[in-house]
Structure formats: C-alpha cells, structure tokens
Design a protein. Sequence first.
Length: 192
Amino acid sequence: VFFFVGSFMLPTRRREWRSMGLFAAWIVALFTEMYGIPLTIYALTALLGRAYPVLNPFTHQNGHLLVALAGGSIVVWAFVMLLSSVLFFGGVAVMARGWRLIHMVQGDLVTTSLYSRTRHPQYLGLFMIISGLLVQWPTIISVTMAPLLIRSYVRLARREDRELETRFQETYLTYKAKVPAFIPRMRRRPSE
C-alpha cells in the first residue's frame, strides 16, 4: 500500500516527506497488528476478560474488532468487507485519475473532471483508502493515528493552495472560491 500510494504522491519537498513518513508509520502500525502482533485484541481481551464477545478472538472473522463487538455476526462481517473494499478501491481509482490529469497538463492548472468537484482529489483518494483500511481493520494505534495523518495532509493541501494562489493568482482564487477542497459537490450549480 505504501509503495502504491508513494507512486502517486512521491514527495519532493521536506513537508511532503513528513506527511508521507507519517503515512508510512501508520501503514506499518496497521499491518504489524493485522499480520503480526494483534495488540488491540490482546488489550481488549485483557481489559474485558470474559466480557469480550467471542470465545476465540484469534480467527480472522472474530479477530476483526467491529465484527467481534457485534457478536461475530456474519452479516456485519460481510458489510464491513463490502464497505472497506468500496472505500479502498474507490480511493485508488480517485488517486489514479487525479494523478493522470495532473501529469497530462505538465504544470498547468487543472480545473476539469475530478478537479471541477474537488481541489485535492488525490488527498481525497488517500483519505478514502485510510477510511477503508480503518473499517477493514480498526486497531487502537491506527484509530489513534488516523486523525493525525489526515490533519497532516489537510495542512499540506492548505500550503499547496497558498503556492497555487501565488502562481496562478486570480485564476486560482476564482477556482478556489467555487470548488471545495476535499468533499466534492455532487451537483453543479445552475449558473455553471
């Protein structure tokens, strides 16, 4: 996941490396717990003891925190798998399309396609991937770190907005006034 995201958002500046480093730490923490040491399951079992809702928390289905808290329901498990897959692969598609558009224009301002709905579709895609992974495998560490990670990329997007304002001046200011940073508008205004 880290190398895939890095291929779309390869850092070039120090502040970009900081955000990518935080993302890498988040991925390592998530996957260490997913495939290595399930600290969340150990902590919850130790804290809740017999109150933990399943007898064998170390199977794939019962080891999933949301499913375990729902009593091991196969319906909850299927919903979690579906929702996490839609978020994850939707995020990948958004990032790929945003990347393609940016690199096609070779330094010009992109305001069409995805960029007519959101100014930072690649970060939106990253947030969708993070959300998909959190739904798929929530852990104490990843849930704690996710807001810090998202905040880091929101700050990076704000810096990029300032740079683009300087570079494209009134054109970017007009675009910024019409297009939201992350959450896309689903419908265009009648005047557009």
